[in-house]
Design a protein around this ligand. Structure first.
Ligand code: NAD
Length: 480
């Protein structure tokens, strides 16, 4: 039985109450025993990170590169085994789990390189004889708070830049799915990180998360999760003395526009992938399919046929296309929204049935609503499950207006063969990421990730843009 313990100041701590980490594909299968960290442990982790900061922030780029590269190599070498752990605890399919682990490995390789590429600027002053140097430095102790739906990729895309740019870290993963983060921290620890540089405290958001938000020695918080928690994080960071720098990645209600001139096959594939793969539990999932009237009926029929052929089963079984919902409470939320959609007058064109499989698990058939208007709750609120709504529109102009009529702005996509509409959509979609003829949920690891409006706050994550958050700028003036 795996024991998901906390790492504080270079020591694995097994003290504390435990709860089982249950496989959502088979609730009889316990993936591991999860320790429940305390406020005192969070405080000890911050103290350790504070002690470790001066030496780590001055470590040479070579020292940091070697550790991050070594971790990347091990993650990639173990991607099948770690992918299985991830799929067992989170419920995404094995290929998706392995793919996510590979992404974590690639992220560490990228940021290993960033250790060597950190640059400053040297400028002439407006005053005679004065030199100006602009450099970037690590901020200090960074608190990382992560959600359950990407249990290794999101911790990786926060930990890797934090360490590369010289910060020390306390990470609190989602207590629902902590095993993958635990495995990642174990790899980094054994790759040679000095004690205290990276600390793991698994536990409740209201206890361990809150302790990080309130601790005066935590200089910055990077958070990914729901809008409701994100707002609490922001309020706590502003209230703290000194104020903390913070970055929030939150929910989405992402539109995929399908125009009359779209390649139907491409549009159906983009919609099926974006709305339903990973059980629809992606912040970038397409939950609003905005379709012009000329292609609407053909598109709905073809999409319903495509999803009727998807195999919903145990996440690690060969051939499974969609795994279970992550737990009972998320399943209840999905079923609640299915009922709300029907009450609002939307037509359930396909799916939405609770499914039984060999083992007891949280299986839900993907659901497709039609006759949806953009004012309905199912079109405005994040459901975070395999539920998508088709909204019929007259033309491109209406499609764009509906796509942007949302409080969110994470990702947006369009399927069209028209350069004119593709170009216009890239320019006018109010989203941080825009995809043309591609699934809107898939992104690269070396370029900025993030949204606008109610989806995100603060600098982008990933790629070299991550330096905006994980460093602070110093301007030095010298009269030689
Ligand atoms: P959540 O907000 O419930 O939890 C996120 C994290 O915050 C967890 O670690 C949780 O323990 C912690 N937390 C909860 N209450 C806290 C508090 N009071 N103080 C400090 N920490 C606290 O979100 P979730 O259910 O784990 O994840 C699903 C959400 O995450 C969805 O809304 C999804 O859209 C969002 N998400 C966004 C992105 C993105 O990049 N935009 C990526 C993945 C997931």
């Amino acid at each position: 039985m795996l024991m998901f313990n906390n790492l504080i100041d270079g020591e694995w701590i097994s003290d504390g109450a435990r709860s089982p980490n249950v496989n959502p594909s088979d609730t009889n299968d316990v993936v591991g025993q999860v320790v429940r960290g305390t406020r005192a442990q969070a405080d000890a982790a911050v103290a350790a990170a504070k002690m470790a900061f001066p030496a780590w922030s001055r470590a040479t780029p070579q020292v940091r590169y070697d550790i991050l590269k070594k971790a990347s190599d091990e993650i990639l070498a173990r991607k099948d085994e770690l992918g299985r752990l991830l799929s067992r605890e989170e419920g995404k399919t094995l290929p998706e789990g392995i793919g996510e682990v590979a992404r974590a490995g690639q992220i560490f390789a990228f940021f290993a390189g960033e250790c060597l590429r950190m640059a400053g600027e040297k400028l002439a002053s407006v005053r005679p004889g004065v030199d100006i140097e602009i450099t970037r430095e690590g901020i200090g102790v960074v608190g990382l708070i992560t959600p359950w739906n990407f249990p290794i990729a999101i911790p990786a895309w926060k930990i890797a830049p934090a360490l590369a740019y010289g910060n020390t870290v306390v990470i609190k993963p989602a207590d629902l799915v902590p095993g993958s983060t635990w495995a990642l921290v174990d790899i980094l620890h054994r790759s040679g990180l000095p004690k205290g540089v990276l600390n793991l405290v698994i536990g409740r958001g209201s206890e361990v998360g809150a302790a990080l938000l309130e601790h005066p020695d935590v200089a910055a918080i990077s958070f990914t999760g729901s809008v409701a928690t994100g707002h609490k994080v922001a309020a706590a960071c502003v209230a703290s003395r000194p104020m903390k720098k913070f970055q929030l990645e939150m929910g989405g209600k992402n539109p995929l526009v399908v125009l009359d001139d779209a390649d139907l096959k491409v549009a159906v594939e983009c919609a099926a992938n974006s709305a339903f793969f990973s059980t629809g539990q992606r912040c970038t999932a397409a939950s609003r399919l905005i379709v012009t009237k000329g292609i609407h009926d053909k598109f709905v029929a073809a999409l319903a046929e495509r999803i009727s052929g998807l195999k919903i089963d145990d996440a690690v079984k060969a051939g499974t296309d969609i795994g279970p919902v992550v737990d009972q409470s998320q399943l209840d939320q999905d079923l609640r929204y299915l009922a709300i959609g029907k009450e609002e007058g939307a037509k359930l064109a396909f799916g939405g049935e609770r499914l039984k499989r060999d083992a007891p698990g949280f299986y839900l058939q993907p659901a497709l609503f039609t006759e949806v208007t953009n004012t309905m709750r199912i079109a405005r609120e994040e459901i975070f499950g395999p539920v998508a709504s088709v909204i019929r529109v007259n033309d491109y102009a209406e499609a764009l207006a509906v796509a942007n009529d949302t409080e969110f702005g994470l990702s947006a996509g369009i399927c069209t063969t028209s350069l004119k509409y593709a170009s216009d959509f890239k320019r006018n979609a109010e989203a941080g990421m825009v995809m043309v003829n591609l699934p809107i949920a898939g992104v690269d690891y070396h370029v900025p990730f993030g949204g606008r409006k109610g989806s995100s706050f603060g600098p982008r994550e990933q790629g070299k843009y991550a330096a905006e958050f994980y460093t602070t700028v110093k301007t030095a003036y010298t009269m030689p």
